[in-house]
Design a protein around this ligand. Structure first.
Ligand SMILES: [Zn+2]
Ligand SMILES: [Zn+2]
Length: 141
């Protein structure tokens, strides 16, 4: 399938020829800051499937000391991609146009959610930290 995404101002656009994986919402304090929201809404993408269509020069790439970061539109501030060690790791679901044919599969780091957040009782698995199957992975996104 082909998935298209763009930022709030529309200057940065991308396309994905493939499928997203591991869609999740992370409620940790780091994701709250990175996504300027109560949680992330994020899915992984194969970097080979990803292509910038327009506005790549407007992107700002930010990474923390651990090498986890994001690419965002310097004009409007939308975060488009998650970045790990300088490479595109996933996309923010909020910037996707249309239906990417994937739904959030888990809420992670619910144990550190903001005190003001109310979690939906939507039947999606919730984990205080990482799900058991990801324990040796990182908590990016
Ligand atoms: Zn923009
Ligand atoms: Zn997080």
């Amino acid at each position: 399938m082909t998935i298209y995404g763009e930022c709030f101002c529309g200057e940065v656009r991308y396309k994905i020829e493939g499928k997203l994986q591991n869609a999740r919402s992370c409620h940790c304090s780091r994701c709250r800051k990175a996504f300027s929201a109560q949680a992330s809404a994020y899915a992984e993408v194969n970097p080979d499937d990803f292509e910038w269509l327009e506005g790549e020069s407007l992107l700002t790439w930010f990474s923390n000391k651990q090498g986890f970061g994001k690419a965002f539109c310097s004009r409007c501030g939308s975060t488009l991609c998650g970045v790990v060690q300088g490479q595109i790791h996933g996309v923010t679901l909020g910037c996707i146009n249309g239906d990417p044919e994937i739904q959030l599969g888990m809420h992670i780091f619910v144990g550190s959610k903001a005190p003001w957040e109310t979690l939906p009782d939507d039947g999606v698995p919730q984990y205080d930290e990482l799900p058991p199957q990801w324990k040796d992975d990182n908590d990016n996104g």
